[in-house]
Design a protein around this ligand. Structure first.
Ligand code: UD1
Ligand code: CA
Length: 482
C-alpha cells in the first residue's frame, strides 16, 4: 500500500508531433543533439526524478520508430494516433494517468531540461497545493513562445497563457514565456480538460488553455519561474537544433575540463553527451569522440581522429587521423597515425598499430606491433609478435570468413600473405614476401615464395642489344622548306 501522504507522481513527455518546421522524414524527437535523440535527453532527466515505469511518452507520428529508439529505457508509451494538439495529447493519456495524483508534463523537443529543474517544479507545485503550475522563464527574445499573463505583476498566480499567433501587440511585449513544462493535479485536470476547444488559428486543443479554464473553475494556477532559462529552449527548426547542440557540447567540454581533462580549442571538437574521459587526458583540436566512447587517464588523442563507441585504457597515444569504431585498446598502446580500427578490434597492452593499418575482429596481444600498411581481420595474435610492413590476412574466400591464429613471439616478414584458416606456431619465423597457405609449426621458418635466381650480365647484354637496334634504324628524312 502506498503511503497516503506521499503523492503518486507520473511524468508525461509530449512527443507525438511531426515537427513540420524541420522538413524532415525523421520525427522531430528522434533528431539528435550531442549524439543522442532529443527524446532520449528528456527521458534521461525524467528517470532521475521518478522510476522509469512512471514515465509515459505520448507518441503518434512514426510511433513505432520512436518506441524502438527509446524502449530500452523502460518507460511506457501512450499512443496519440491523430495529433490534435498538446491538450489532446493529455486527453488520450487519461487512462494511463488515472492511477496518479499529479503529472509533470515535459516537452519531447526541449532536451536541455535537467532533473534539478523538474524537481524544483514538483516541489513548488506540491508546496503550494496548486492545480496547475507552469514553469516559466524570462527570455530576451520571447517571439514564438506562449506568453504568461499573471493576475498581477507581483502575484505568482496566472490568469492565462496567450499563444504567439493570438497575442496582441502589448502581450507580445511580455518577456515571461510558457516553457511547455507543467505540473498538474490529475483530478482537476481531467475534470475540466473536456472544456478545451479548437477555436484557435491552428484548430488544435491547446494544453495552454487549461490555465484560463482552471482559473474559471476557481482552481489554483501558478507560475514557477526558472532561474535557468536555457534549459527550456525548444528546437522547432534546424537552426535552433544546431544551436542547442552547440550549447550542449560546450557544456560537456566544460564539465570534462572540471574533471581534469585538457581540451585544446574545444569549439573544434565534437564530443557526445555519453563520452567519459579520465583525468590528465589531452584532447587536441578537431577530434571527434562519439557514442559510448570511454577514455582512461593520461591518454593523448591527436588531431583529426574520430573515435566512436570505443574504450581506451590509461596512457594510450592516438596519433593523428585515426578512425576507431567499436574498438578496445588497452593501456599504453600506441595507435596511428592513420590507423583504421574497425568493430571487434581488441588491442593489447603497449601494442602498436601504425600507419595505414586496418584491423577488424582482431585480438592483438601485449606488446605486439603492426606498424605499417597491413590488413589484419579475423585474427588472433599473441604477445610479442612482429607483423612486418604490408602483411595481409586473407580472411575471405568469397563465401566465408576464416581465422588466422598467430601465437606468441612470431616474426612475420614484410609483405606476407596469410591465407586463412592458418595457424603460425609460437616463435616461428615467416620469411618476407611469403604466401602462407599451410599452418606453420612452432619455432620453424616458413618460406612461401619463388627462389631467387641470378642471371649474370643479363642487364648489360640487354642494354647493348637496345643500342645496336637504335643504330641500325634508318634516319628519318627531313624536308626543309626552301
Ligand atoms: C508549445 C506551447 C507554447 C510554449 C512552447 C514551449 C501549446 C499550444 N503551446 O508551443 O505555449 O511556449 O510549447 O516550447 O502547447 N505534441 C504532441 N501532440 C500534439 C501536438 C504536439 O505530442 O498533438 C508534442 C510535440 O511533439 C512537441 C510538444 O508537444 O514535442 C510541443 O508541441 P509544439 O508543436 O512544438 O508546440 P509549440 O508550438 O512549441
Ligand atoms: Ca516546440
Amino acid at each position: 500500500m502506498p503511503n497516503k501522504k506521499t503523492p503518486r507522481i507520473a511524468i508525461a513527455i509530449l512527443a507525438a508531433g511531426k515537427g513540420t518546421r524541420l522538413k524532415s522524414r525523421l520525427p522531430k524527437v528522434l533528431h539528435e543533439i550531442g549524439g543522442r535523440p532529443l527524446l532520449a535527453h528528456v527521458i534521461a532527466a525524467a528517470t532521475q526524478v521518478v522510476p522509469a515505469p512512471d514515465v509515459f511518452a505520448i507518441i503518434g507520428h512514426e510511433a513505432a520508430l520512436i518506441r524502438e529508439a527509446v524502449e530500452s529505457t523502460g518507460i511506457r508509451f501512450v499512443l496519440q494516433e491523430e495529433q490534435r494538439g498538446t491538450g489532446h495529447a493529455l486527453m488520450v493519456a487519461r487512462d494511463a494517468l488515472a492511477a496518479y495524483d499529479h503529472v509533470l508534463v515535459l516537452s519531447g523537443d526541449a532536451p536541455l531540461i535537467t532533473a534539478a529543474t523538474i524537481v524544483a517544479l514538483r516541489h513548488f507545485h506540491l508546496a503550494h497545493r496548486a492545480s496547475m503550475t507552469l514553469l516559466t522563464a524570462d527570455l530576451d527574445h520571447p517571439t514564438g513562445y506562449g506568453r504568461v499573463i499573471r493576475q498581477s505583476a507581483r502575484s505568482t498566480a496566472v490568469r492565462s497563457i496567450v499563444e504567439e499567433k493570438s497575442a496582441s501587440p502589448a502581450q507580445k511585449k511580455i518577456r515571461e514565456i510558457n516553457s511547455g513544462f507543467y505540473a498538474f493535479a490529475v483530478k482537476p485536470l481531467f475534470q475540466h480538460i473536456q472544456k478545451l476547444s479548437t477555436g484557435n488559428p491552428h484548430r488544435e486543443y491547446y494544453l495552454t488553455d487549461m490555465a484560463a479554464i482552471l482559473n474559471r473553475a476557481r482552481q489554483k494556477v501558478l507560475a514557477y519561474k526558472t532561474p535557468n532559462p536555457v534549459e527550456i529552449l525548444g528546437s522547432n527548426t534546424r537552426a535552433e537544433m544546431v544551436g542547442l547542440d552547440l550549447r550542449l557540447r560546450a557544456a560537456k567540454c566544460q564539465e570534462l575540463m572540471t574533471q581534469g581533462v585538457t581540451i585544446f580549442y574545444p569549439h573544434t571538437c565534437v564530443i557526445d553527451s555519453m563520452v567519459e574521459i579520465g583525468p590528465d587526458t589531452i584532447i587536441e583540436p578537431f577530434v571527434q569522440l562519439l557514442g559510448h566512447t570511454r577514455l582512461g587517464s593520461d591518454c593523448r588523442i591527436r588531431s583529426y581522429s574520430i573515435l566512436a563507441n570505443s574504450q581506451l585504457g590509461d596512457g594510450v597515444l592516438v596519433r593523428p587521423g585515426t578512425l576507431m569504431d567499436q574498438a578496445r585498446v588497452a593501456s599504453r598502446a600506441v595507435i596511428g597515425p592513420y590507423s583504421h580500427l574497425r568493430p571487434g578490434s581488441d588491442i593489447g597492452e603497449a601494442a602498436h598499430i601504425g600507419n595505414f593499418v586496418e584491423t577488424k575482429k582482431l585480438k592483438l596481444g601485449k606488446g605486439s606491433k603492426a606498424n605499417h600498411l597491413s590488413y589484419l581481420g579475423d585474427a588472433e595474435i599473441g604477445a610479442g609478435v612482429n607483423i612486418g610492413a604490408g602483411t595481409i590476412t586473407c580472411n575471405y574466400d568469397g563465401v566465408n570468413k576464416h581465422t588466422t591464429i598467430i601465437e606468441d613471439n612470431v616474426f612475420v616478414g614484410s609483405d606476407s600473405t596469410l591465407v586463412a584458416p592458418v595457424t603460425i606456431g609460437q616463435g616461428a619465423y615467416i620469411a618476407a614476401s611469403s604466401c602462407i597457405t599451410h599452418s606453420v609449426p612452432p619455432d620453424s621458418l616458413a618460406l612461401g615464395r619463388a627462389r631467387q635466381e641470378i642471371k649474370e650480365g643479363w642487364a648489360r647484354h640487354k642494354r647493348e642489344l637496345t643500342a645496336a637496334a637504335k643504330r641500325a634504324r634508318p634516319k628519318p628524312r627531313v624536308d626543309h622548306p626552301a
